[in-house]
Ligand binder design. Structure first.
Ligand SMILES: Nc1ncnc2c1ncn2[C@@H]1O[C@H](COP(=O)(O)OP(=O)(O)OP(=O)(O)O)[C@@H](O)[C@H]1O
Ligand SMILES: [Mg+2]
Length: 178
């Protein structure tokens, strides 16, 4: 069931900035201190509309030929881990290129592949970082975690890369779930 998409005090400024970003507008850099070449890391508490934003953009891109360049795959980090556990290395390779949203970073568990435990999101972030540096590969992330929590969960090495790869933005407000 599709609800009306609401624009209100909580998301208006955020959505304006996001639309500048996806329109490749220099205003995003000049007025909002963003960098168009970077990806987006959207932080915020539960239900503020982070995942919905990317679903909307993905849908628009699917339906409108002029917006094909905004196409991105979406994978929940929990699914990323569980598919890695069943399919192995081959699965990771599918996500090293192409624009991807890793939805809900931090909600996933440590992967366990044939008894070997690994924080697999660290690996995919590092691999995509290398492609960002060499080819400008774009990555998007949504998360409920704060800067500090990200650092604790993924370590300083990954955090350092995140700062270089992403525009960090926050979508504030109460949960829109009801
Ligand atoms: N602007 C909006 N207007 C109306 N409903 C919205 C809006 N944004 C999101 N919603 C609805 O609010 C609910 C929560 O949105 P969403 O799943 O995008 O939140 P989220 O920030 O990703 O939450 P979480 O951090 O828990 O993953 C969904 O049912 C979604 O359809
Ligand atoms: Mg979400």
């Amino acid at each position: 069931m599709n609800r009306t998409f609401v624009v209100d005090n909580n998301n208006e400024k955020f959505l304006h900035k996001i639309s500048l970003y996806f329109n490749n507008s220099l205003e995003f850099e000049e007025k909002h201190n963003g960098e168009l070449r970077k990806g987006l890391l959207i932080m915020g508490t539960h239900g503020t509309g982070k995942s919905s934003l990317f679903n909307v953009i993905q849908n628009m891109s699917r339906k409108n030929n002029d917006l094909k360049h905004l196409w991105h795959r979406i994978i929940h980090t929990k699914d990323f881990v569980s598919k890695f556990e069943t399919e192995g290395e081959f699965f990771i390779n599918n996500y090293v290129t192409g624009t991807v949203l890793f939805d809900d970073l931090g909600s996933e568990k440590i992967a366990n592949y044939w008894g070997i435990k690994e924080n697999i999101m660290c690996r995919i972030i590092e691999l995509r970082y290398m492609n960002y540096k060499s080819n400008g590969l774009k990555t998007y992330i949504t998360t409920n975690l704060t800067h500090k929590e990200l650092q604790l969960k993924y370590g300083e090495r990954v955090m350092d890369r995140l700062y270089e790869m992403f525009n960090f933005m926050e979508l504030t407000g109460n949960s829109r779930r009801f």
